[in-house]
Structure formats: structure tokens, C-alpha cells
Design a protein around this ligand. Structure first.
Ligand code: NDP
Length: 337
């Protein structure tokens, strides 16, 4: 019987929804979850990653974990060991993101996992496992935002795109993709020390977190053809108030808060469009389209430059770091270490 290591979060005490500190445990195939009635696939996980939601799960914030014991990790890249589905065969390279994996269902912080076949997509041939998780849920979300801008008809000639939460995972991938597609990108960051990094990804102008967190007037000077917002709250309201006539604002995150203190003025006087972006339940066809675009439109040297690989054993500290806004770019997790 195969034995492997996984990061497990258990209840602090029976009936208490507060989670205990995560710890690495040795599991066997018999421990893996079953999904009666669904075709399942067993995957040897090569890499997972650290996303904002993983930080919440690892630190017990926001009740991300809905059942115990839980193996967190909202995404992974790996190789099929066995499959009940015609779509996948042993040896296939696959990716999983979302579907409440790492929240309600066991996730990627493990060397092996059993999941529903419907949750998997094939990894593009040109993409390594490290690159797939260098992108991960955050990067997939960035591409869904870019597709949202494109579907809204925003082109590089229309004017600059503003990216908030710029030095984080969603922001970093969004900047690299947008710049490689020819868009002019303005980065909003609370970390001026990351300007060189953000410039290397393709940002050409900067705004501070503080100035973009000031309460906006209902309408401000028309500046942005579009936006990728990972922050929410007052910053999203500010971005909306500064968006050009019929511009498109894609909203995917809440790093700054869940509220939206805006007015209807940008919508009714400028036709500004607010496009919500969700990666968790995105249809498989949309995911496949986004992964295919990531394989061609995200320069691999930029992806490599924004990616750090850490051992699974460091996740408790990594979770604290991402919640404190100290993580730069993307963090790939090696479940074997
Ligand atoms: P990161 O922590 O990597 O990046 C978030 C960035 O936001 C930080 O790096 C920081 O950027 C900025 N930030 C942090 N705290 C604040 C604050 N209080 N006020 C303003 N800005 C802040 O997280 P991810 O990039 O992985 O995720 C970003 C957001 O997107 C999260 O809210 C996450 O939940 C959401 N998300 C949503 C998905 C969806 O499907 N809709 C999928 C994936 C992520 P800087 O230092 O440059 O200012």
C-alpha cells in the first residue's frame, strides 16, 4: 500500500469549528476520500501552490475549511495514477483548481489525492508542473480577468489598464499577461520597494495603495480603459469612478475588504461595466480556454521570475505571510518536502 505525506488540519476539539494548527501526517491510499456515484481519478501531486484563500485556511481565518479533518490546498498539478473516467489515463498530466477543493473536499497539500474527474483539466503540453502551479488559481483568475476585458471589447489602443494588489499573485500574472498583449499597465501597490519587480513584469506606471484607498468622488477623471481588481472595497470604488466611458472593470478579489462603497454614477453616466470574476465554479470550457491562453500569452521567463518554490513543511509560516500581504508573486508548494 502506498504511503505518502499530507498536511492535515483537524478540529481543535470535537464539535468546535475552530481548527487546530496544521501538521504533516503520513497517510495511505485507504485514507483518501471516496466520491460514490462520480468517476474519480487518483493523482500523484507534483506541486500545489499558495493562494490567498489557502492563507485563510492555514490561519483559520474566514472559516474557509468546512469539514474536518481537511487536507487544504485549493489547487494542484500532478500525474494520473488511476482513472475511472474515459477522459484521463494513467500518466496524463493534469491540473485542478477550485470546485471547493481544499475547502469542502481534500486538496493539494498532499503527495497523492483522489478527486472527481470533472474537476480536472489537462495540463498544456508546453507547461511544466512548476509553471502550472506558478500560475495556479491566482494566475487562472488573472487570465479570466483578461478574457473579461477582451470579451468587453477592451483593446490596447483604448488606454491604460489599472491592476490593483499588483505585487500579489493575481496582480503579478495579470501585469505580465496584459503587458505581453501590448496593454499599457498601471500598477497599484502598497510596496514601493517592488516597483523594479513590477516594472520587470511590464508595469509602466505606479500608484500607491494609500492614494487609491481615498474615498472617491462619484465621478473622477476618466483614466482607465479597464481594470483588474484584486482588492475590492474603497479601492474598487475608486477604480470604477476613474474608468473611461464604457470601460470594463473586472473584480475578482477582496484583499482590502468585501464592501463596495460606490455610487451608480459611473454606471449610468459613463456606461462603465463591472464584470465579476469567479474561478471556483467556472465552467470547464472557460478553464480550458484560459489555460490555453496562459500557455501562449504569459512569457515563461516572467512566470519563472515571479515564482518561488517552498517545502510543504513551511506552509504554516507561508500562510501567515500571505495574510500579512508579504508574499510577492506566486508561491509553489513542493509536497514531498
Ligand atoms: P496575494 O496576497 O498574493 O495578493 C494580494 C495583494 O493585495 C497583496 O500582495 C497586496 O498587494 C494587496 N493587498 C493586501 N492587503 C491589502 C489591503 N488591506 N488593502 C489593499 N491592498 C492589499 O493574493 P492573491 O493574489 O492570491 O489573491 C488576491 C485576491 O484575489 C484575494 O482576495 C483572493 O481571495 C482573490 N481571488 C479570487 C479568486 C476568484 O475566483 N474570484 C481566485 C483567486 C484569488 P501590494 O503589496 O502590491 O499592494
Amino acid at each position: 500500500m502506498t504511503s505518502f505525506q499530507a498536511l492535515v488540519v483537524r478540529e481543535a476539539e470535537a464539535g468546535n469549528p475552530k481548527s487546530a494548527a496544521p501538521s504533516i501526517e503520513q497517510l495511505t491510499d485507504d485514507d483518501l476520500p471516496e466520491y460514490p456515484g462520480d468517476d474519480t481519478v487518483v493523482v500523484d501531486i507534483d506541486h500545489s501552490s499558495l493562494n490567498y484563500k489557502d492563507g485563510m485556511a492555514l490561519t483559520g481565518k474566514g472559516r474557509i475549511i468546512r469539514s474536518f479533518p481537511m487536507v487544504p490546498g485549493i489547487d494542484f498539478s500532478g500525474t494520473v495514477v488511476s482513472s475511472e473516467s474515459d477522459r484521463f489515463a494513467p500518466g496524463d498530466a493534469v491540473i485542478l483548481t477550485g470546485w471547493a477543493v481544499g475547502e469542502r473536499f481534500w486538496g493539494g497539500y498532499s503527495q497523492r489525492q483522489r478527486v472527481k474527474a470533472d474537476w480536472l483539466v489537462s495540463r498544456p503540453d508546453s507547461m511544466s508542473s512548476v509553471q502550472a502551479m506558478g500560475i495556479g488559481t491566482a494566475g487562472l483568475t488573472s487570465m479570466l480577468c483578461v478574457l473579461g476585458l477582451e470579451n468587453g471589447g477592451v483593446t490596447p489602443g483604448d488606454g491604460p489598464i489599472v491592476v490593483t494588489g499588483a505585487a500579489g499573485g493575481v496582480g503579478s500574472v495579470a501585469i505580465a499577461v496584459l503587458a505581453s498583449l501590448g496593454y499599457e499597465v498601471t500598477a497599484v501597490t502598497g510596496r514601493p520597494e517592488e516597483h523594479d519587480y513590477l516594472r520587470s513584469l511590464g508595469a509602466s506606471a505606479f500608484l500607491t495603495r494609500d492614494e487609491m484607498s481615498e474615498e472617491p468622488k462619484p465621478l473622477e477623471s476618466e483614466t482607465w480603459a479597464g481594470a483588474v481588481d484584486a482588492v475590492g472595497s474603497t479601492m474598487l470604488a475608486k477604480v470604477i469612478a476613474q474608468t473611461k466611458y464604457q470601460g470594463v472593470v473586472t473584480a475578482c478579489g477582496l484583499a482590502g475588504g468585501v464592501d463596495l462603497p460606490s455610487t451608480v454614477m459611473p454606471f449610468i453616466l459613463r456606461g462603465v461595466r463591472l464584470q465579476g470574476i469567479d474561478s471556483v465554479n467556472a465552467p470547464t470550457a472557460d478553464r480550458e480556454a484560459a489555460w490555453s491562453r496562459l500557455a501562449t500569452d504569459l512569457p515563461s521567463d516572467l512566470l519563472d521570475s515571479m515564482t518561488e518554490i517552498v517545502p510543504m513543511s513551511s506552509l504554516p509560516e507561508q500562510g501567515q505571510a500571505i495574510m500579512a500581504g508579504q508574499t510577492r508573486g506566486r508561491v509553489v508548494v513542493d509536497p514531498s518536502a
